[in-house]
Design a protein around this ligand. Structure first.
Ligand SMILES: *Cc1c(COP(=O)(O)O)cnc(C)c1O
Length: 243
């Protein structure tokens, strides 16, 4: 068995165990392979091994890999920072955009979706750690953004996503995950138009079991499945040595 296949099985087993431990049904949690910098062969292997979803960070990379059917048989999500001028490449092409953090971006997605006659599912990215360097809305700005969604019927808000600060001590992320779950539950109780909260996207290779215990429905794993990333290759995609 190749290491990617083995890694997918191990991650899935850990997700399932963390779910049961916390009284959750393991089927509520989807394993998303964060595929950035990884070549189509690696992605196909992860899909064959049973990941539920693939997630790409960069529009160019998504388009290049999609053109060679790298994600065949698997839903694709966009998980990276998104600029308004790139929205046209994603709407209708990916199932879910995880990274909406402004009304302006929501409007751009709505316009494109309306032109295509589709409804685009999105998550709102929350900057739960309040880091200046990170994208995402501050938790206190979230209600206003949820209210803004009512004006964009071709966008449907399906939940929240977060990337907490890098841990400075073990278990630090869990505090942020609990905070996100509280926000999620709180918002779900209220009624917003075009908002149908089903998904909470949080947890990466170093902290996904904590995220599952705290209510994540999508965990996003890169290095735990594919090993360390080689960014040099991403910067020079034309040299024929993808990987
Ligand atoms: C790269 C990436 C991940 C996966 O990170 P790992 O630590 O390698 O698991 C998850 N989410 C987002 C948004 C990413 O960019």
């Amino acid at each position: 068995m190749s290491s990617i296949t083995e890694n997918v099985r191990l991650a899935r087993a850990r997700i399932d165990a963390a779910a049961r431990e916390s009284g959750r049904d393991p089927r509520e949690i989807r394993l998303l392979a964060a595929t950035k910098t990884n070549p189509p062969e690696a992605i196909r292997e992860a899909v064959a091994a049973g990941v539920d979803l693939c997630g790409e960070n960069r529009v160019q990379e998504f388009l290049a890999k999609n053109a060679v059917n790298a994600y065949a048989g698997c839903g694709v999500h966009f998980i990276g920072h998104l600029q308004k001028n790139k929205v046209k490449y994603l709407v209708g092409a990916v199932e879910l955009i995880h990274s909406v953090d402004s009304a302006a971006l929501m409007e751009a997605i709505h316009r494109r979706a309306a032109a295509l006659g589709v409804v685009q599912d999105v998550l709102l990215e929350v900057n739960v750690g309040g880091e200046a360097s990170k994208s995402g809305v501050a938790p206190e700005e979230l209600p206003a953004l949820l209210e803004a969604a009512a004006a964009y019927p071709c966008v449907r808000v399906r939940g929240l996503m977060t990337i907490p600060p890098a841990e400075s001590f073990p278990g630090e992320a869990a505090g942020y995950f609990r905070q996100m779950h509280e926000l999620f539950v709180d918002i779900r109780r209220k009624k917003y138009d075009n908002v149908l909260l089903t998904d909470l996207s949080m947890g990466m290779s170093s902290d996904y079991e904590d995220a599952v215990r705290c209510g994540a429905t999508i965990v996003r794993l890169g290095t735990a499945l594919f090993g360390p990333r080689n960014y040099d290759i991403q910067e020079a995609p034309g040299d024929g040595t993808l990987r």
